[in-house]
Unconditional design. Structure first.
Length: 240
């Protein structure tokens, strides 16, 4: 099975939306890791006057992390899956969070306009067909020297970390997801990580799209070497 893209991927997330929170809650440290990555944006708390874009918000776990870390920020949360957004919007939020249904490649068409002080993207880039185009769009949405934090499964390149990822997916995640009728989505999850950039390759990709101060920071626990926060700052391109 190849990885899912575009409408097929959005439809798979729509189908899995109801059980998604239950499955991710079984992942030790899932929500704490998102909050850690949100803190790594390095924005001043409580975020008063800041505009933050949560790109690929899913059922709102990343949005909740941002709202916890920056409770006074204006947060725009975007996802291409209407089903995932329905689950997110059903949760209690303060008045400074708004949700928009749109693919990451077509934000302007949905009325998502900058400048933003920061963009947070959790588990997004391996799911888009053209990561470079999305990075270009993110760069253009950011204010000068705006911050980017990408929270993503980006393998270290070491065989051990790839083996751990595959063992967790095949031994734990896929059997449960298949029983729930969402095997296709979670097979995509496994393959998309294996086929995506290593963390070094992804940091090079971010740097090449006009970002500076690019760093890859590991996350603790079983996801060490598997999940990283890649933080960066918008840099002016030549001619700007």
């Amino acid at each position: 099975m190849s990885v899912l893209r575009d409408a097929d991927l959005a439809a798979a997330f729509d189908h899995a939306a109801y059980s998604y929170d239950t499955l991710v809650a079984a992942n030790p440290g899932y929500h704490a890791h998102l909050r850690r990555s949100a803190r790594r944006l390095g924005l001043p708390r409580p975020g008063t006057g800041l505009r933050v874009l949560d790109l690929g918000c899913g059922t709102g776990a990343s949005t909740a992390a941002l709202a916890r870390v920056l409770p006074d920020a204006d947060i725009t949360a975007v996802d291409a899956s209407a089903g995932m957004l329905d689950r997110a919007m059903a949760k209690p939020w303060h008045g400074k969070v708004r949700f928009v249904c749109a693919p990451a490649e077509a934000l302007a068409d949905a009325g998502v306009n900058g400048p933003f002080d920061a963009v947070f993207a959790a588990y997004l880039f391996r799911n888009v067909a053209d990561p470079d185009a999305v990075l270009d769009a993110v760069h253009d949405l950011l204010a000068p020297h705006g911050r980017l934090a990408v929270h993503e499964y980006t393998l270290s390149g070491r065989p051990l970390h790839r083996a751990v990822w595959t063992a967790v997916c095949r031994g734990l995640v896929l059997p449960v997801a298949t029983a729930l009728g969402d095997g296709d989505l979670y097979r995509h999850l496994w393959r998309s990580v294996v086929e995506f950039d290593t963390v070094d390759r992804f940091t090079d990709r971010v740097r090449a799209r006009g970002f500076d101060r690019v760093r890859a920071l590991p996350l603790p626990g079983w996801q060490t070497g598997i999940t990283h926060t890649v933080v960066a700052r918008r840099a002016a391109r030549s001619g700007q």
